[in-house]
Design a protein around this ligand. Structure first.
Ligand code: ATP
Ligand code: MG
Length: 398
């Protein structure tokens, strides 16, 4: 028997789509490695390496689960496995494979039958004397004898991976999914208009999944809208931060603008007029943050204000592209995703949003830019934008 090795875990992280972007690949890989590094920051002794074609995270056994949970939220990765690192000997690999298969069978018990398994062996250290096929057979035999589980090469329940490298053997069972997409940052920066609703956090998540690094902006209307609504937005921002998607919330005072628009006779155009002011302010804040795009949770046809005509009238005042990842989503698709990414429970907490303030019962569905401009002409638009920006507060959530 070999002596017991110092316990050590390792995450084997896999990525896919990056390969398609051959020209940008080194940049993408570097960014992905940095994002993985940021995800495990604070875990004592965690170390990230990137040997050809994948990313390896060394962690202590105690931190392995936490590290895996964090890394499985890194965009750009498609899957990961939690492996043990053992000396590259048949005995040590055999013991680790038995333990991995046993744990896998316990985690996912089959009703009324034993779990089947297969061994996938790889030898990147060619000086290791046993070729991959033989290694798989030998380790498979040991697992079979120890646990009495049947081998099934085609539809196995348990996939035990063995990889022999120059720095030891990695042994694991199964893979965990990661979200895919592109590393956050490769598409530049964006500013998310984040309300407390269900939609905008999901829209931000989708934009980040395509590589956009986000900040967020929230328009707050005290005293009509309570402090709890703001807290809720900050909580949502923190959830997005856990996905590595977002770093800050800028809270903009919006009460004065809403009052002035109301008093100026905004009437059935009020939602469109509020949004146009939001766009103008967001543009200025985006200048400051270096964001090239705005992102909203707007959806086609979901509420009366979200029509093609209204969206056109709203984005007419922005100098930036306005990305609306949810335009074509059904509400059920959005709520399913909100549950999956962990924002749903917070989004449904009952707090008000400023756009329900001073709003007519029947908002205009076909706003015309000229009509909006007529009301805005009575207002010092540039002055109001400047005042709102001057009163803004920024909070970091990373
Ligand atoms: P959400 O669920 O994101 O609140 P919604 O379906 O309620 O969206 P609206 O209230 O019409 O739709 O808002 C459309 C979009 O406008 C939001 O998704 C968000 O991007 C932006 N928005 C609305 N209100 C605010 C606010 N107070 N602060 C920041 N952005 C806002
Ligand atoms: Mg809303």
């Amino acid at each position: 028997m070999s002596s017991t090795p110092a316990p050590a875990s390792l995450l084997l992280c896999r990525y896919g789509e990056l390969f398609l972007k051959s020209g940008n690949r080194p940049v993408f890989e570097r960014m992905l490695v940095n994002n993985v590094r940021a995800a495990v920051a604070g875990l004592a002794g965690a170390r990230v390496e990137s040997p050809h074609g994948r990313i390896v995270v060394h962690v202590s056994d105690a931190d392995a689960d936490e590290a895996a949970a964090r890394v499985s939220r890194v965009f750009g990765l498609v899957s990961l496995s939690v492996a043990r690192v053992v000396p590259a000997t048949l005995d040590a690999i055999g013991e680790a494979a038995i333990a991995a298969a046993r744990a896998g069978a316990e985690r996912r018990p089959r009703a009324g039958r034993a779990a089947t398994f297969r061994i996938d062996a790889r030898r990147s250290d060619k000086t290791f004397p046993v070729p991959s096929m033989e290694l798989a057979k030998e380790i498979g035999a040991r697992v079979h004898v120890a646990l009495g589980l049947p081998v099934d090469l085609h539809t196995a329940d348990l996939h035990v991976g063995v990889e022999v490298t120059k720095r030891g053997a990695y042994v694991y069972e199964g893979t965990r999914p990661a979200p895919g997409g592109l590393p956050v940052g490769v598409s530049g920066r964006g500013l998310l208009l984040l309300s407390g609703g269900i939609d905008s956090p999901v829209a931000g998540w989708l934009a980040a999944k395509r590589g956009l690094a986000l900040d967020s902006i929230y328009f707050h209307s005290p005293p009509f809208i309570g402090e709890k609504s703001k807290d809720k937005v900050v909580s949502l921002a923190r959830i997005l931060a856990k996905w590595g998607a977002l770093r800050s919330v800028t809270v903009v005072p919006f009460t004065e603008i809403q009052k002035k628009l109301r008093d100026g006779g905004a009437g059935d155009l009020s939602v469109v007029l509020y949004r146009r002011m939001m766009m103008r302010i967001a543009d200025v804040v985006a200048d400051d943050l270096g964001s090239a795009a705005l992102v909203t949770g707007e959806n086609l046809g979901q509420v009366a204000s979200q029509t093609v005509e209204n969206m056109t009238a709203i984005q007419a005042v922005s100098r930036r592209v306005v990305l609306r990842p949810l335009t074509t989503y059904d509400k059920t698709e959005t709520t399913d995703l909100a549950r999956k990414i962990g924002t749903f429970e917070t989004s449904i907490l009952p707090f008000d949003d400023c756009c329900s303030l001073f709003v007519p019962r029947h908002p205009a569905t076909r706003a015309r830019v000229q009509d909006a401009e007529k009301i805005e002409a009575e207002l010092d638009v540039a002055g109001e934008v400047a005042a709102a920006v001057a009163g803004a507060e920024r909070m970091m959530v990373v």
